[in-house]
Each structure stands twice: as structure tokens, then as C-alpha cells.
Design a protein around this ligand. Structure first.
Ligand code: MCA
Ligand code: AMP
Length: 494
């Protein structure tokens, strides 16, 4: 039996999930996810790593379906609920999914795609049959469990494959380091097609027998209302969310501010990650919540690698120390290990590190050194206390906005397919709220290009969070003597 199910078996009578007015016990989660596995198996004995893409609302159904896929021996491929059809199609095609599972509201969007490709299509609630005496396959931890799509230095997102062993290592490192227990109660407001929401929040909570509450979508007001109920004691989010919470708190009358501060001060701990936490946000949030945010560093390919201490001093601007069982080093451009006092690329080794990029053996090989260290592309240094400080990234083409990793090359590729765009260059510019803001310099094919219309069109092609927030039309892109676009000069245009 999968370890996460074994863990859940120890807490059958506890509440696993709260969504809206409904609560769901671990007993129900274990039983309903096994039922769903049986439905997926449909008299087969093992899905044998068949990819199952699922577009399912955050809440009980999401975890039920994810665990069902795992227990049936499938590979879970979560789809983003807000992606436009071209992005969904890419994920489904690229992962070679054979089954699509949807919450009813996404059926009309995805059914034609399933029909077109002859894929099995399951709408939750439509044919959830009860199967008695289900026998589920026995699965080795080395089996593939999940594919998450991440943008990188290639123009199209790559599928990051993690095995059950990888996921177990990612979860247990955090459960140990942050001292999760069954008494914890957390809330998930993050999208469920990325590690932060899936592993750090839901899976750690479920592994520990804790309760995970869901807000379908982030809103500062709804989140504060959930906090006010006084049950939540663990909270994790990206810096943009803390920025938005601070802005909302500052807009409240003093009595409400104080009541919230009293409530937040009783939390066990609060975490920030996925992007650099500005010191100003950390300090303001400390004033509001009486908590020094615990900042940690991770990546889709590794889960979490570094963390400030749960007990002990947390430093602003630092991402802390290696998590249990994670090896971390700094290396130069020739992958030679550097002394800690120098600046180099963070490289990671350990059971938490992903197994491969899906169907991309060359990209996988390039991502690792000869001796098996994963090359993160993040540049850091180590301070006198031994804590890591992230200084930047190797590639100017990777943008972090709102906690999402975004490839400038992917956006450029889409922009260039527009009939009125001759050339373009996309960069990220610093922004207090979003970390970086995506902006695009455009060389139009003819004068007077309507950037509003261009933007509307972009939103049909890409997820909103990837679309440029500002456009500048230029006659020519800035280039160096070799003819290469100089992105630092592009940034200066904005
Ligand atoms: C949305 N908007 C933006 C952006 N995104 N504006 C500028 N830059 C952006 N990146 C605009 C929308 O267009 C819209 O404006 C308005 O903001 C509200 O949009 P909405 O989608 O409702 O935004 P939101 O719900 O307020 O979203 C903010 C958010 C979201 C909650 C911070 O971006 C989010 O969930 N981020 C977390 C992503 C995440 O989980 N990353 C972890 C990756 P208009 O109406 O004018 O269009 S995992 C990872 O990084 C590793 C493993 C790690 O270390 O964790
Ligand atoms: P993703 O591919 O979406 O998993 O994003 C991983 C990237 O997020 C890392 O390579 C870092 O660049 C960035 N990141 C995650 N946590 C932090 C942090 N605490 N500080 C700075 N950057 C971070």
C-alpha cells in the first residue's frame, strides 16, 4: 500500500478536508479514493503508469482523484483550472494522457478534446459506481507518480516526473523539519498544478493526519474570514499573497486589525516561498501577525531544498539550510564545487530529486552534472552562519511573477505567431507586488498596432499569469555587436 495511504489509515476518524460547509474524514478519503481507483481500473489490474490528466476543483474531489490515480498505478497529471484550451491541450498531448477526469463544470471544455483523441473521459459524479471488494495493485515506490509542467530555458514547458519515492522524500523532509502533527490545521489557496500547493500544503497535511481546508480561489477577504474562525494554525503562501494580505489588513478599521493580529499571533508557523520574499513584506507581516515568516527555497524538480529553521533564528533575505536528506552545494560553470564563501549555482542531490523530464532524455541529461547533481540555475552564496542567500538566476529568460515560473521564450514564441508581430523580446521587471512583471517589447509589422487587441488575443493563447502586463512598440530591438538581443536594455525601455 502507498505510504501516504498507510499514514492516512492511522487517522481514520480525524477530519482530513474542509471545503465550504463540508468536512471529510480520512476514512472517507481512503475509501472513496480506493473506489475511484477501482473505477479507473475498470476490471484491469494495474494502470501501469498510464497518465491520467485531471481538471478537478480544489477540495475533497481533488485529493480523492489524485489518490485514486496513484492507487490504480497511474501517473497523476493535474491541469490548471484557469488555463486556456491551448495550454490544456499541450499538457494533455505532451503527457500522452489516456484518460481525462473533470469536475462537471469543465466537461464541455475538455470533452471535444477527449473525443478527438479517443481518450477515456470521466466526469465526476456522472458514473461514480460502487465496486465491492476492490483489489488494488501493489506498487513499488520507484514507480512514476506525477508529472508537473514547469517553464524553463526551453520555449515549451517540460514535464517533471516524480516517483512515489521522490514524493515521499519531499513530504517527509518537511514534516520532520517543520514538525507537522495531526493537530495541525492548514488552508490551501494555491493552484493545484504546482509543488507548493500539492506537496508542501496538501500532502504534508495528509501525511500527518492534519486537517486541510480549501478556499477555491485566493481573496484576502475570504482568507481573513477563514483565519478569524480560529482553527487554522499553519499557513503557507507566495510573497505576492502576503503583499495582498498586508494591503487588505491596512485597509481595515483598527479594531478589526487588532482582532486579526490576535488571531494570527496564535498560529504555529507561517511560510513564504516560490519567490524571493522582500524584506519589506517580511517586516510588515511580522508587525501584523507577530510571526517572522519562515522562508524556504524549492523547485518543481526537487520539492524543497533549503529552509530557515523552524526553531532558531530566521534571517531576512536568507533561504536557510539544507532540509533533511537533501545535499546542497555551490558550483562554478564547470560544475566544480566551490567553497561556501563564493558565489555559485545551487546544485542538489538526494531522494527528493525528480527522475526525469518526460520524454526529454537530452534535457534530463543536461540538467544533471556528470556525478549526478541537479543543476538548479539559481545563483547563491552562503553567509557566515551557513545559511544560503539567493542572488539571482543563471538565465534572464526565466521570470518569477506571482510565484509562477514563466519562460520569456515561451511568451515570445506565441507573440511571434501573431500576424502583426514581426519580432519581440519579453523580460521581467522588478515589481513590489508580483516580484517581477512580464513585459514585452514589440516590433510591429505595420505602424499603429493595437496592443489592447494583442493582449486580448494573448489571453486566449496562454494562461493570464503568463501574459505581458505592458507592451512597448519599438522600431528595432536593442542588440549587441553579435546581433543578439540585449535583454538588460529591453528592461530599460520600461
Ligand atoms: C494575475 N494578475 C497579474 C498576475 N497574475 N498581474 C500581474 N502579474 C501577474 N503575475 C492580474 C490578473 O490579470 C487580474 O487582473 C488580477 O491580477 C487578478 O487575477 P487573479 O488570477 O484572480 O489573481 P489572484 O487570484 O489575485 O492571483 C494572485 C495569486 C496567484 C494568488 C498570487 O498568482 C497565485 O496563486 N500564485 C501562486 C502560484 C504558485 O503556486 N506558485 C508555486 C509554484 P485583470 O482582471 O485586470 O486581468 S511551485 C514553486 O515555485 C516551487 C516548487 C516553490 O519553491 O514553491
Ligand atoms: P518552479 O519551477 O515553479 O518550481 O520555481 C522554482 C524557482 O523558484 C527556483 O528555481 C527559484 O528561482 C524560485 N524560488 C523558490 N523559492 C524561492 C525563494 N525562497 N527565494 C527566491 N527564489 C525562490
Amino acid at each position: 500500500m502507498l505510504k501516504i495511504i498507510q499514514q492516512a489509515q492511522q487517522h481514520l476518524d480525524r477530519t482530513a478536508i474542509v471545503a465550504g460547509d463540508e468536512t471529510y474524514s480520512y476514512r472517507k478519503l481512503v475509501s472513496d479514493s480506493a473506489q475511484f481507483a477501482a473505477q479507473l481500473l475498470d476490471n484491469d489490474t494495474d494502470l501501469n503508469e498510464q497518465r491520467v490528466a485531471f481538471m478537478v476543483n480544489a477540495g475533497f474531489d481533488y485529493v480523492r482523484v489524485q489518490w485514486g490515480i496513484w492507487q490504480a498505478g497511474g501517473v497523476a497529471v493535474p491541469l490548471c483550472l484557469t488555463h486556456p484550451l491551448p495550454s490544456l491541450r499541450y499538457t494533455i498531448d505532451n503527457s500522452e494522457a489516456e484518460t481525462i477526469v473533470v469536475s462537471p463544470e469543465y466537461a464541455d471544455l475538455l470533452r471535444p478534446l477527449a473525443d478527438e483523441n479517443g481518450l477515456r473521459f470521466i466526469v465526476l459524479g456522472e458514473i461514480d459506481s460502487i465496486t465491492e471488494g476492490v483489489t488494488l495493485p501493489s506498487l513499488a515506490d520507484s514507480r512514476r507518480a506525477m508529472i508537473l509542467y514547469t517553464s524553463g530555458t526551453t520555449n515549451l514547458p517540460k514535464g517533471v516526473v516524480t516517483t512515489h519515492a521522490n514524493l515521499n522524500a519531499q513530504i517527509t523532509a518537511l514534516v520532520e523539519a517543520w514538525e507537522w502533527t495531526a493537530q495541525d490545521h492548514t488552508i490551501c489557496v494555491l493552484p493545484l498544478h504546482h509543488v507548493h500547493g500539492i506537496v508542501n500544503i496538501i500532502s504534508c497535511a495528509m501525511w500527518s493526519g492534519a486537517c486541510c481546508e480549501f478556499l477555491p480561489q485566493f481573496s484576502a477577504e475570504n482568507l481573513f474570514n477563514a483565519f478569524r474562525k480560529g482553527k487554522i494554525n499553519v499557513f503557507m503562501a507566495v510573497p505576492t499573497i502576503y503583499f495582498k494580505l498586508i494591503a487588505h489588513w491596512e485597509s481595515l478599521p483598527e479594531a478589526e486589525q487588532q482582532a486579526l493580529t490576535d488571531c494570527l499571533s496564535r498560529f504555529r508557523f507561517m511560510v513564504s516561498g516560490s519567490a524571493a520574499l522582500p524584506v519589506s513584506v517580511m517586516e510588515k507581516w511580522a508587525g501584523i501577525s507577530q510571526h517572522t515568516l519562515l522562508e524556504r527555497y524549492g523547485m518543481t524538480e526537487i520539492g524543497m531544498g533549503l529552509s530557515n529553521p523552524y526553531r532558531g533564528k530566521r534571517y531576512a533575505g536568507h533561504v536557510g539550510y539544507p532540509l533533511p536528506n537533501v545535499q546542497v552545494r555551490l558550483a562554478d560553470e564547470n560544475d566544480r564545487e566551490l567553497p561556501a564563501s563564493e558565489t555559485g549555482e545551487i546544485q542538489i542531490k538526494g531522494p527528493n530529486v525528480f527522475s526525469e523530464y518526460w520524454r526529454r532524455p537530452e534535457a534530463t541529461a543536461e540538467a544533471f552534472t556528470q556525478d549526478g547533481w541537479f543543476k538548479t540555475g539559481d545563483v547563491a552564496t552562503v553567509d557566515t552562519e551557513g545559511g544560503y542567500r539567493i542572488l539571482g538566476r543563471n538565465s534572464v529568460d526565466i521570470i518569477k511573477s506571482g510565484g509562477y515560473k514563466i519562460s520569456a521564450l515561451e511568451i515570445e514564441e506565441v507573440l511571434r505567431t501573431h500576424p502583426l508581430v514581426s519580432d519581440c523580446s519579453v523580460v521581467g521587471i522588478d515589481n513590489d507586488e508580483w516580484g517581477e512583471l512580464v513585459v514585452a517589447a514589440i516590433v510591429p509589422k505595420e505602424e499603429g498596432i493595437d496592443t489592447h487587441a494583442l493582449n486580448t488575443w494573448m489571453r486566449t493563447q496562454m494562461p493570464t499569469y503568463k501574459t505581458p502586463r505592458q507592451y512597448k512598440t519599438v522600431a528595432e530591438l536593442p542588440r549587441n555587436a553579435m546581433g543578439k538581443v540585449t535583454k538588460n536594455d529591453v528592461k530599460k525601455l520600461f
